[in-house]
Design a protein around this ligand. Structure first.
Ligand code: FDM
Ligand code: MG
Length: 212
């Protein structure tokens, strides 16, 4: 029907280890898309602004302790509370660049030893990204980049496990970007991939759901 062909925004997700350059690249991409005339917003998960997000933030900064399953479900709830707004934005033509999404949720919790299928379950029914870009960097190289802060998870041994779970999760549709290259090179590669997707979604590619 006609509704399947409505132009919409693209859901673009950037994933990667801490210090892979995601946040920098997300802002550069935002400026690029806006300058190219595409309505675009930059989102990030966890979204620390909501009340669930504040619980997550307290946990990450070691101000509170939570059971591993509990924090996993809070990260998921934090995506669910933004789901309807996300759908509305996309359907009204806004492209969303999202700094971390369900793949972070599953990779980080699985790296703690939780069952991967259990970790995926609460993500089922969230909007599936049109494109996942993985900023690929070794945990050692990432750690050299100005060092980690004080947040939970910012340890090289743990990040190595996270990288392994990202490997398990990724499929052939992911774009693996060598994040060790010069910032401008990384930026250009991301732009190419994303512009194609934005154009594809503007022709009415239907939205799909996780976990697929
Ligand atoms: N993180 C992030 C998770 O463990 N699960 C999630 O679902 C998400 C979205 O939170 F170490 C972890 C990843 C990272 C930490 O993220 C905070 P930022 O991007 O550094 O704020
Ligand atoms: Mg971080």
């Amino acid at each position: 029907g006609a509704s399947a062909n409505n132009p919409r925004g693209a859901l673009i997700v950037l994933e990667g280890l801490d210090r892979s350059g995601k946040s920098t690249q997300c802002s550069k991409l935002l400026s690029f898309l806006k300058a190219s005339g595409h309505p675009t917003e930059l989102w990030r998960f966890p979204d620390r602004e909501t009340s669930v997000g504040q619980m997550i933030s307290a946990y990450l900064s070691n101000k509170s302790q939570l059971d591993d399953h509990t924090i996993h479900l809070l990260f998921s709830a934090n995506r669910w509370e933004k789901r309807s707004l996300m759908e509305e934005k996309l359907k009204t033509g806004t492209t969303l660049i999202v700094d971390r999404y369900s793949y972070s949720g599953v990779a980080f919790s699985s790296a703690k030893g939780l069952c991967i299928d259990w970790c995926k379950a609460p993500e089922i029914g969230l909007l599936a990204p049109d494109s996942v870009l993985y900023l690929d960097i070794s945990p050692e190289r990432a750690a050299e980049r100005g060092g980690y802060g004080d947040e939970r998870y910012e340890r090289v041994e743990f990040q190595r496990k996270v990288a392994d779970f990202y490997q398990t999760l990724r499929d052939s549709s992911w774009k693996i970007i060598d994040a060790g290259e010069a910032m401008e090179e990384v930026e250009k590669k991301i732009q190419e991939v994303v512009l194609d997707k934005v154009r594809e979604c503007a022709t009415g590619k239907p939205l799909s759901l996780l976990w697929s």
